[in-house]
Write a protein that binds this ligand. Structure first.
Ligand code: F6R
Length: 613
């Protein structure tokens, strides 16, 4: 969603800030802005649209000497919540006096009452945003000490924030704070960079401090002083990012999404490496922090997540049921938090999230902890809030996922869930021999995926035949049902084709009414106990004139015969096959969207991590 960058140091702040905003572009945004502090004057430039527009506008309207000189500034990419993406609504926002500039991620829920109160004191607002209200509130609290003013203002607001604030009256500092919206501080040599996401920092330093909720930091070029909202100093260790900039660049691919799809043999190998135990026919997931005895005491697993991560959880539900013989449930994270879930200390709650920052998933984690459940996470972004708050879990090691549409995180999530099911299963009725067989299947996943990626050209040719379809239905059964949901999600979000995923058995209960000559039905019908039934559903669709694209198992001539087109994946355990089947659908969506000329990496209206409810 929105992105924050702040810089104070000896370099040219404008270049650092624009570079940082560019690295945050992947998160999705619709306007951008920048404030520079030159001596004791704040200069602001804002523009709807891309960071490139902002850069051009700022350089056209500002004096080149000032741009060269200024060593302090804050910048923002905005994803509209309160008011449309106009120049007036873009951040930074100034306070009433014009001395204080603020950028903000999150939502100030009580902004209306604060705005009314300030208006009655004579404040004039130039935007529709909640952020401008916070800027004015800080200004209203400012009696000559910016830190104190920010603290006083934050005590009055309800909602979520990640902020960076500068003042022309205190030019040597930036104040930053967070509650519910991430802030990372990069500690360089004679320079400090603030960002909402480490990818804006890693070109400058690997040394970072993650703020916790209700931390407020005074940042100078040489020091970071972190306090709580009551002004007590708190210690936040410096961590190493362990990422390189190459991981956040396109590396010759046309889009990040294509790069990330192609990276999957490697990202999956990273997720699996060192985590299979071929002696015991089990897995080693030390981050779970559980002894065999702890595992034996778990009576139920509840998985929470949103979107693609929710679909991974659904595959996990099949895996835990079939392999681990343990009741497993999947809950949409927002729903979970508001339904007063019944949980106890025999429940394992697994939060699944690529970003580790999704607001609803984070809230579900907090609710589960409150209820005394054993909580852990499957997260990709190291140091993210969910990873830190759960304290135990398994990192996906997929590397930075820049494309808004999630691909490699999903396949890593599923592979880790398979390993988790294996571990739990071995503590129950799964035998060593069964465990050894499954471990070998899991180990082969990167190779299975490689063989799907080799078919990229063929899949692109198939995609060309469906590029003009405006509707698509995806069907599957058993673990291929969530794969169908994920395939439909991927197609709709990047190609804007209306796509729906159904359990194949549900088709006859309603959606079949929509089928007519030429409607695209994508059937995920790989070998497994449910395959014949899915093929039966395919016949029903064909009888109504639908065109069928199958994802099937290599050499399955029976399946080939009922499909208009097919993508074949190698033979594998039906749960393992969910991964190459998903990769086939990722490539299909990608090529359809590319041929339709869509903006693949940043689809309209979407944001990479949804940090508001
Ligand atoms: C779809 C997609 C989203 C995310 C969802 C949860 O391609 O990326 O549906 O999966 O917003 O995000 P995380 O996994 O970061 O919690």
């Amino acid at each position: 969603m929105c992105g924050i960058v702040g810089y104070i140091g000896k370099a040219n702040a404008a270049s650092v800030l624009i570079g940082g905003l560019k690295r945050l572009e992947y998160r999705g945004y619709d306007s951008a802005g920048l404030a520079l502090l030159d001596g004791d004057v704040i200069h602001i430039s804002k523009a709807p649209g891309k960071v490139a527009n902002l850069n051009a506008k700022a350089r056209a309207e500002w004096d080149a000497g000032m741009i060269e000189r200024a060593g302090t500034g804050i910048a923002h990419t905005r994803w509209a919540t309160h008011g449309p993406p106009t120049e007036a609504n873009a951040h930074p926002h100034l306070d009433e006096s014009g001395h204080i500039a603020l950028v903000h991620n999150g939502i100030i829920e009580n902004y209306r009452s604060i705005r009314a109160r300030l208006e009655s004191k004579g404040h004039h607002f130039r935007s529709e945003t909640d952020t401008e209200v916070l800027a004015h509130l800080i200004g209203d609290c400012d009696k000559g000490d910016l830190l104190q003013a920010v603290r006083d203002a934050l005590h009055q607001v309800e909602g979520t924030f990640g902020i960076a604030v500068i003042s022309s009256r205190e030019p040597g500092i930036i104040i930053t704070a967070r509650r519910g919206s991430p802030i990372v501080i990069g500690v360089g040599h004679g320079e400090t960079i603030i960002a909402s996401d480490a990818s804006a920092i890693l070109a400058h330093t690997q040394r970072v401090i993650y703020l916790d909720d209700n931390d407020i930091a005074v940042v100078t070029a040489d020091a970071v002083d972190v306090r709580d909202l009551n002004n007590f100093p708190v210690t936040r260790e410096i961590a190493e990012l362990g990422l390189d900039t190459a991981a956040t660049e396109k590396g010759g691919y046309e889009h990040f999404m294509l790069k990330e799809i192609h990276e999957q043999p490697e990202s999956l190998a990273n997720a699996i490496r060192g985590r299979l135990d071929h002696q015991l026919g089990s897995s080693v997931l030390s981050g779970m922090g559980t002894s065999p005895r702890d595992l034996a005491e778990i009576l139920r697993v509840v998985m929470v997540g949103c979107g693609t991560s929710l679909h991974a959880a659904m595959v996990g539900e099949y895996a835990l049921g079939d392999i681990a013989d343990i009741p497993a449930e999947v809950r949409q994270a927002a729903d979970f938090r508001y339904r007063n879930p019944i949980l106890g200390n025999h429940d394992l709650v697994v939060a699944i999230s690529q970003s580790g920052e999704t607001a609803d998933t984070l809230a579900a984690v907090r609710e589960a902890r409150q209820k005394g459940a054993f909580v852990m996470s499957l997260v990709n972004v190291v140091g993210s809030t969910i990873a830190r708050e759960t304290g135990r879990g398994v990192y996906l090691h997929a590397g930075p996922e820049i494309s808004v549409a999630s691909t490699k995180a999903f396949t890593s999530q599923v592979s880790v869930l398979l390993m988790m099911a294996l571990k739990l299963g071995r503590g129950r009725r799964f035998s060593r021999e069964e465990g050894l067989r499954l471990a070998l299947e899991i180990e082969a996943i990167p190779e299975l995926v490689r063989s799907v990626i080799k078919q990229d050209k063929l899949i692109s040719e198939i995609a060309a035949r469906y590029v003009d379809n405006e509707h698509a239905f995806y069907i599957g059964r058993g673990p291929m049902y969530p794969v169908a949901l994920e395939g439909a999600l991927k197609l709709k979000e990047i190609s804007y084709i209306h796509a729906e995923g159904y359990h194949a058995a549900e088709l006859k209960h309603g959606p079949i009414a929509l089928l007519q000559k030429g409607t695209l039905v994508v059937a995920v019908a790989c070998e497994g106990p449910a395959k014949d039934k899915t093929l039966g559903n395919v016949e029903e669709c064909r009888a109504r004139g639908a065109r069928i694209l199958g994802v099937i198992t290599e050499g399955d001539h029976e399946a080939e015969e009922v499909m208009d087109d097919f993508i074949a994946i190698p033979r594998a355990h039906p749960l393992v096959a969910t991964i190459p089947a998903t990769v086939a659908l990722q490539l299909f969506s990608y090529h359809v969207a590319r041929l339709r000329g869509c903006e693949i990496d940043q689809p309209r209206n979407l944001a990479k991590s949804v940090t508001v409810e």
